[in-house]
Design a protein around this ligand. Structure first.
Ligand SMILES: Cc1ncc(COP(=O)(O)O)c(C=O)c1O
Length: 219
């Protein structure tokens, strides 16, 4: 059995003394996906797979490329998806030098402060449903209108997403989860404040008053 952990996003929690317990058990993994291009703010692309036993890459995962030199050193193209790559590590190295471990800790912790306010705003509104308590700086929620069937609720959430994007310049993605559309907020920008979040919810309130209270049937 091979134990792989997809920590592409959440792996950055390791920088936060307060929150790294969320990664508990990850040390047992045989391999871990980790993408500094996500919560470490490194420009795309910067992604990696870490192996507990690097030697297994050569013995078990290797795909031979006999047209390459195999005798003097391990041809990295044989143990990775791509042979020819940019020096993506440089961006990560320089970011670590510049921001530092303490800087990353502050950035990760800031995400938790912001998501706490965001989640509080969702919970305050009976017309909004929270998918789960956030584990990171990501919060999924949706307009919950029991008088509508599922299809119309999904349409209304799409309409809210478009309204926020086109009229308010706020981007929430719209993933499908448990068979429903959800609005997903990823609070990566450390420079926004709780008042920015309150402003977004005021816009959501405006949408709700305009589209859901006065016009109970979707157009
Ligand atoms: C948890 C998780 N795994 C994997 C991926 C995909 O990463 P990549 O773009 O390197 O394929 C994402 C992208 O958002 C992700 O959030």
């Amino acid at each position: 059995m091979w134990f792989h952990v997809d920590a592409a996003y959440g792996g950055a929690l390791v920088f936060s003394k307060k929150h790294k317990t969320l990664l508990s058990g990850i040390e047992k993994a045989d391999s871990i996906t980790f993408n500094p291009q996500k919560w470490m703010y490194v420009a795309k692309t910067c992604a990696m797979v870490l192996f507990k036993n690097h030697h297994l890459l050569e013995t078990d995962f290797r795909i031979s490329a006999p047209y390459m030199n195999e005798t003097d050193f391990t041809n990295l193209g044989e143990i990775s998806v791509q042979g020819t790559r940019h020096a993506d590590i440089l961006k990560l190295y320089l970011s670590l030098q510049h921001i530092g471990l303490k800087g990353y800790e502050d950035l990760i912790n800031r995400g938790f402060t912001l998501i706490e306010e965001f989640t509080r705003q969702v919970k305050k509104r009976s017309y909004l449903e929270l998918s789960d308590e956030p584990d990171t700086n990501i919060c999924c929620f949706r307009l919950l209108l029991n008088e509508y069937d599922q299809k119309h609720q999904d349409q209304l959430n799409l309409k809210l997403q478009q309204y926020l994007l086109k009229d308010q310049h706020v981007f929430l993605s719209l993933p499908t989860y448990r068979g429903k559309r959800w609005l997903r907020a990823v609070l990566l920008n450390p420079f926004i404040s709780p008042s920015t979040i309150q402003q977004i919810f005021k816009q959501i309130d405006d949408f709700y008053s305009e589209h859901c209270m006065e016009h109970p049937l979707l157009k």
